[in-house]
Design a protein around this ligand. Structure first.
Ligand code: AKG
Length: 232
């Protein structure tokens, strides 16, 4: 990854202060009923879709290791979108990996998948084990702080398997994540913890938008991996 002095300063500060030391960073250490991967997760959506929050499926220190390793090894690039004919470059970084050189087009911009690395394959296996689904690709997002987010959208692109499952694995800062029904406009929000997994499946993308709202309250970075299935 190219160097970004401000963020690297922030992340190296975190490591110097002991990212792994749970007492100093309580949001990494918060425990709940979902710490047991066998705990059954329930659908957080009231209608027209299925979204299961599995809670923390990767224990704290292992999740810290994955965060650091993905930060260092992933081929991060600023995301690009063409909106009303105008090219936008985001501060948020992205990367696209897969079984083959799959092409994935969203926001009028096409990406070609890079080959998996060891950590991505390990995390994919964890997501597959917990969700009972298989995935052949992964879109990664790196948010340097809470000021970076993602606007309302649904993941219904033609490259994706129709009604295929999407497993969203979060590492780093805990962030609010929201769903909004496309017609009824009712919303559902939850907090995505360090090492946690959210599964969206079935008709969810037909009926619900989702977003990661920006916030000034979160200073720390976050990496999100969404495992997907590209149909050929
Ligand atoms: O970072 C997140 O949790 C949201 C990611 C997302 O919405 C997407 O990749 O489509």
């Amino acid at each position: 990854m190219e160097s970004i002095p401000v963020y690297l300063t922030r992340i190296s500060y975190l490591y110097r202060r002991g990212l792994n030391r749970r007492r100093k960073f309580p949001y990494f250490a918060r425990m709940n009923l979902f710490d047991n991967p066998a705990f059954p997760s329930k659908n957080v959506l009231p209608q027209d879709g299925q979204a299961y929050y599995h809670g923390k499926v990767i224990p704290g220190t292992k999740a810290d290791d994955y965060f650091k390793s993905l930060w260092d090894t992933i081929a991060w690039k600023n995301d690009e979108a063409v909106i009303f004919g105008k090219k936008i470059v985001t501060r948020r970084k992205v990367a696209w990996y897969g079984d083959q050189e799959f092409e994935y087009t969203y926001s009028n911009s096409t990406k070609r998948a890079l080959p998996w690395n060891r950590e991505l394959l390990e995390i994919k296996t964890i997501a597959e084990k917990h969700t009972g689904e298989t995935y052949n690709s992964c879109l990664l997002n790196l948010y340097h702080s809470g000021e970076e987010g993602m606007a309302w959208h649904s993941d219904g692109e033609k490259d994706l398997k129709k009604h295929g499952a999407i497993a969203s694995l979060s590492l780093g800062a805990e962030r609010k994540f929201a769903f909004k029904h496309k017609k009824r406009k009712n919303t559902v929000s939850l907090y995505l913890e360090h090492g946690s997994l959210l599964l969206m499946k079935g008709i969810t993308q037909d009926h619900w938008l989702h977003r990661l709202p920006p916030t000034k309250k979160v200073l720390d970075p976050r990496i999100n991996l969404t495992f997907r299935y590209i149909s050929q």
